[in-house]
Design a protein around this ligand. Structure first.
Ligand code: IPE
Ligand code: IPE
Ligand code: MG
Length: 252
């Protein structure tokens, strides 16, 4: 297996094949902790360190958009103690990392029903989004209180409202217009979706946007995922042939 710097070099040789948008389902924090006889929250804290590494590695190879599944709508069903630990970790980390986000020119965004999060968490998040607004490097999007079906329903409601008020005509509703009503407006669809911890499912993440996304499922548990794992996933992505329904000889 080539060394990590070698992998990076191979990736950078094909700049046109570097994904512009990578989405990640960061899974396996709980199992990582359980393997060490520690509480699940210990795994979530270790997961934050992996986030830092991956954000830096993604910037390093020129990824423009990185979208991280951080808390799903379904995750509210977890024990209350775990949910509050996750919420505190979120605001603590956002506050602590703001300086480094700016230093690394990272622009923070959020998608999901942010307005239904506790007000104190919203404040911390909105402040970080505001303070990184003018950064021009990686666009880091945290999917928080996010559900793919809810996002689609929110878009449907937005479109229905626009039709009712006369801004949109029924016959103008097409895929492009629909995308403009999603939380991910202004973002390209993910080129690559990585899921850690070996689970073969989407778990309600970016349902509309992943229609032609390349999938990469790795066994590594999220806290163990790092720079090398990201580079390997990108290198593998570069070897794929994305046909979008066409046949090989039609692809330029
Ligand atoms: C992912 O790790 C983090 C969140 C969903 C917030 P998990 O907490 O799902 O870890 P496992 O899947 O139970 O190991
Ligand atoms: C998906 O992981 C959600 C996040 C990573 C935030 P889950 O651990 O919640 O997914 P399931 O329940 O195993 O499908
Ligand atoms: Mg999980």
């Amino acid at each position: 297996m080539p060394g990590i710097e070698n992998i990076k070099k191979r990736i950078l040789k094909h700049p046109a094949r570097i994904p512009s948008h990578i989405a990640i389902i960061m899974d396996g924090n709980g199992r990582w902790a359980e393997l060490r006889n520690k509480p699940r929250t210990f795994g979530h804290e270790a997961g934050v360190k992996a986030v830092k590494k991956v954000v830096e590695a993604a910037s390093e190879i020129g990824i423009k958009y990185l979208t991280l599944y951080t808390f799903s709508i379904e995750n509210w069903k977890r024990p209350q103690s775990e949910v509050s630990a996750l919420m505190s970790l979120l605001s603590r980390t956002t506050r602590q990392e703001l300086k480094d986000l700016n230093k690394n020119n990272v622009k923070l965004r959020t998608i999901g029903r942010i307005h239904s999060l506790p007000t104190s968490k919203q404040k911390v998040l909105n402040n970080a989004v505001e303070k990184t607004r003018n950064n021009t490097g990686l666009i880091l999007t945290l999917a928080l209180n996010y559900g793919g079906r809810t996002e689609i329903l929110d878009a449907v409601k937005g479109i229905a409202n626009s039709v009712r008020s006369g801004f949109v005509e029924l016959q103008d509703i097409n895929e492009e217009l629909f995308s403009e009503f999603l939380y991910t407006v202004d973002m390209p669809d993910p080129d690559l979706l990585i899921r850690t911890s070996g689970e073969f499912r989407i778990s309600n993440f970016l349902l509309w946007q992943t229609s032609y996304t390349e999938l990469s499922i790795v066994d590594t548990l999220w806290p163990d995922f790092g720079r090398e794992d990201l580079f390997k996933a990108v290198l593998d992505f570069q070897k794929r042939e994305r046909r979008f329904g066409k046949i090989s000889s039609e692809i330029g």
